[in-house]
Design a protein. Sequence first.
Length: 243
Amino acid sequence: MLESLLKMPLSGQLVVLILFGFLVIATALIAERIRFWSRVVKRQPRFAKELVELYRHQPELVEEKVKRNIDLPIARIFSAAFALENPSPEEFRLAMESELQAEIPVMKRFGSILEMFVGLAPLLGLLGTITGLITAFGSLNIGDIGGTATAGVSAGISEALITTAAGMVVAVVCLLFASIFRNLYQRQMALIQEYGGQLELVYRKRCDWRNQTVEDRSADQSLINQLSAAIRHLASNGGQSSY
């Protein structure tokens, strides 16, 4: 294989070199995404479930748990809502939605680059195929069916086949991992929306309970004031009647 690359014309070597560069870059990006998604898939579903239950029963412990898992996208989304001071349910929801928009590029990072490689790699392979065929036909001499002519044709065909295969390999690898990462992104987005909705419902219930408590206290205070006024009125009437 290496010998064929060395015998390949300069145009073919340049195409293969570019494709090899694509493969090296794609490998680095894929490795980073694998580390990211391994962490998210392993920890995020359990964290989201535990946090919602914790907020339902022991809300005072939520902030500490969020800080311990702040490297997770969903933890940063929930943290944005918890950072507000006595927000309304609408403000609570808007805070989570705003932070979600900021986390989307983090979860989709490098996806556009991999998709670009998927499109460019076959085209570069096709370019190498064309230059290889040009070399092959340029070396072909009908009057000379042996010697240097045969070597030129072989080199051109070799260039065409190698560059085509290299382009397809790079495109297939990038397409495979881009599809996997896209599927993981969609699943995690569904999970974030599910538990974000549950957290919002719990918060709305807590707000309703707090508002109802305030209203009950106001009603009790109003009743106490009325009773006090009635007692003072009766005391005043009793004092006047004694004279």
